[in-house]
Ligand binder design. Structure first.
Ligand SMILES: [Zn+2]
Length: 128
């Protein structure tokens, strides 16, 4: 099945590049990344791949230019594409860390709640 998809999409072939599937997945996630719609797991994979892959960094720059730059060119605004993209990537990294901390806290809170409920139930049966 992977071969069929590669042949159809034609951009990267699995034979040339063992990471072809990761590049494809990265490319597919770019729009969601730019709109901050990736879930934590996808965002983490996205940022990890971005850090290691110059090819996908270029692809992200191009799509960022279209997404962010073209509308601004129409208004005549000047901007530094690489700098702003770098800032956005850093922001997403910080958001990911914040969200991961939050979900860990939520998990801990849930655990405490369950334990408290269990303790209440045990006390209830012991003393009543
Ligand atoms: Zn890549």
């Amino acid at each position: 099945m992977a071969l069929r998809i590669d042949a159809k999409d034609g951009l990267y072939s699995a034979a040339d590049d063992p990471q072809a599937k990761e590049h494809k997945l990265f490319e597919k996630r770019i729009p969601a990344f730019l709109e901050d719609r990736l879930c934590n797991r996808d965002l983490e994979q996205f940022l990890d791949h971005l850090a290691d892959c110059p090819q996908c960094r270029d692809e992200l720059s191009i799509q960022y230019l279209v997404y962010e730059g073209v509308p601004r060119l129409e208004t005549g605004e000047t901007f530094n594409l690489q700098e702003e993209l770098g800032g956005y990537v850093n922001l997403e990294r910080k958001r990911l860390h914040g969200r991961k901390r939050l979900s860990l806290l939520a998990l801990l809170f849930e655990l405490v709640t369950v334990l408290a409920a269990a303790a209440v139930a045990i006390l209830f049966f012991l003393f009543l």
